[in-house]
Design a protein around this ligand. Structure first.
Ligand code: FE2
Length: 210
């Protein structure tokens, strides 16, 4: 029976959903090689590149690999809105910055204020099992934003888990609502983790009024 024919389907209201988008980008391998070279060259020029993210517009750079990533992020943004049933035109300003994480680097629980959506593209990640301690040195974990919701859910309902962990591969693109609390696992390996993070800030249009 299809969902359209299911008389029970219309009796349920899916509320308070959290959409975490996860996609493996095609053509990632050769573009990643170019992005690694670019980001490491930038990192060698700047002491605080990874934490200096405000006002940075990394995805506006002219290199073909960055133009490719910019288009993939834009396409993903459009499809994310469609999935959320937002059918009117929306303009978003994408503010992106590169990250280079070495042994010991991590990012504790936080969210991204003043933004609508946030995301990360993984360029180069340590292999699982190469690290002592945390065996997933590239992992990112999201927390259920609805306090206590997990306490009255039962498996296999995904709401029964208070946390959701993603183990990205090179080429993985993630997109999530910016208020969502998340943390980046420590890199316990000697392999460098390289990613590009971004915030999408919505732009007002006077067409919206009235
Ligand atoms: Fe973050």
């Amino acid at each position: 029976m299809s969902a359209a024919d299911d008389p029970w389907a219309e009796r349920f209201v899916p509320l308070w959903s959290t959409y975490i988008f996860k996609r493996s980008l095609p053509d990632a391998a050769h573009n990643n090689a170019a992005i690694v070279e670019l980001v490491l060259a930038m990192d060698s020029q700047k002491d605080d590149m990874t934490v200096d993210y405000k006002g940075v517009d990394f995805l506006q750079r002219p290199e073909p690999s960055i133009a490719w990533l910019r288009e993939e992020v834009n396409t993903t943004f459009r499809n994310y809105l469609q999935t959320c049933n937002i059918t009117y035109p929306v303009r978003g300003d994408i503010q992106a910055w590169p990250n280079v994480n070495r042994r010991g680097d991590y990012h504790g629980p936080h969210n991204h204020g003043w933004s609508y959506l946030s995301g990360t593209y993984y360029v180069q990640v340590p292999l699982p099992g190469t690290a002592a301690g945390d065996m997933s040195p590239a992992a990112i974990t999201f927390s259920d934003p609805r306090q206590g919701a997990a306490h009255h859910s039962i498996a296999p309902d995904p709401d029964a888990a208070a946390r959701f962990t993603v183990h990205p591969q090179p080429g993985t693109l993630l997109l999530w609502p910016s208020p969502l609390i998340h943390y980046v696992h420590p890199n316990h390996s000697d392999d460098v983790r390289i990613s590009v993070s971004f915030n999408i800030v919505l732009q007002w249009s006077n067409d919206f009024a009235g």
